[in-house]
Design a protein around this ligand. Structure first.
Ligand SMILES: [Zn+2]
Length: 269
């Protein structure tokens, strides 16, 4: 029986691996968009209903403007790299919520929330683009779905070969992966490798959108200076450390500008 479930586990893992265009890596993900997105969209709407959404202010308009520029850049990158239909099921939405927590997140399918508490650290449009690029990158790289898949795999192991994940269990897994179902409405931290990936991809798409990637390291210096305050789960997860992050972003910024030049972008604001 044990042997059987091992084989089954391997089989599921092989079938579920797909190459992610942003990372070029095979990743474990057996939840298609058609399963994840409806759950994400419903959770997102519920979150907006239960929280204080800021509408019509210049700050809310900037969030929307930056979000559109970043997602357009992602689309251009995907089309140029042979994935023209990749975002067809995405329903981008960019909302600002009145909450002093220093945080922002993006749910699968392009559902983004910024908290007003992160705006003083962003210090304007380019800083917002750094955070936006990072959050959008998590969604594009399917990090949430991968975390969900890893959880499912553990569960499959636990129940010895029961591959049929029933709907309530799937929802449960989703909640564990995103943490949005909880009263606090914040994302659980991603792993160190997912954070690093989101930093690198985010830097590229912000540059293609015409935002200066040099600002990313500066934003993280401000984040570091601010980290004496209450730690927001998505942004101040300790992996990677602030210093590693700042070093990475400084190193990668010229590469991001080079990538942007391929798209005719030569000046950055
Ligand atoms: Zn992140």
């Amino acid at each position: 029986m044990k042997k059987f479930s091992m084989v089954l586990l391997l089989l599921v893992a092989v079938v579920a691996c797909k190459v992610n265009p942003f990372t070029g890596k095979k990743t474990l993900n057996f939840y298609p968009n058609s399963q994840i997105f409806p759950m994400a969209f419903a959770q997102y709407d519920q979150f907006l209903e239960q929280n204080n959404v800021v509408e019509g202010t210049s700050e809310a308009q900037t969030i929307e403007k930056v979000g559109k520029r970043i997602s357009n850049a992602a689309e251009r990158w995907l089309t140029a790299n042979g994935y023209p239909g990749y975002l067809k099921d995405y329903q981008w939405e960019y909302n600002l919520v009145n909450d002093e927590t220093v945080n922002a997140w993006c749910m699968p399918g392009g559902k983004i929330v910024f908290y007003t508490g992160i705006l003083p650290i962003c210090q304007g449009e380019t800083g917002i683009a750094v955070v936006m690029g990072h959050e959008v990158a998590h969604a594009l790289a399917d990090h949430g779905a991968q975390r969900m898949s890893a959880g499912t795999l553990q569960q499959i192991g636990a129940v010895a070969g029961n591959v049929a994940i029933q709907d309530p269990e799937k929802r449960n897994m989703f909640n564990q992966a995103y943490g949005i179902g909880s009263a606090v409405g914040v994302m659980l931290p991603f792993s160190r490798s997912h954070e690093t990936e989101a930093d690198r991809i985010g830097l590229q798409i912000m540059a293609i959108a015409g935002y200066n990637p040099d600002e990313a390291a500066e934003l993280w210096k401000r984040m570091k200076a601010n980290s004496g305050n209450a730690a927001p789960p998505e942004f101040l997860s300790t992996h990677p450390s602030n210093d590693t992050r700042i070093n990475n972003l400084t190193q990668w910024a010229p590469l991001a500008k080079e990538e942007a030049r391929k798209f005719g972008v030569t000046t950055f604001n």
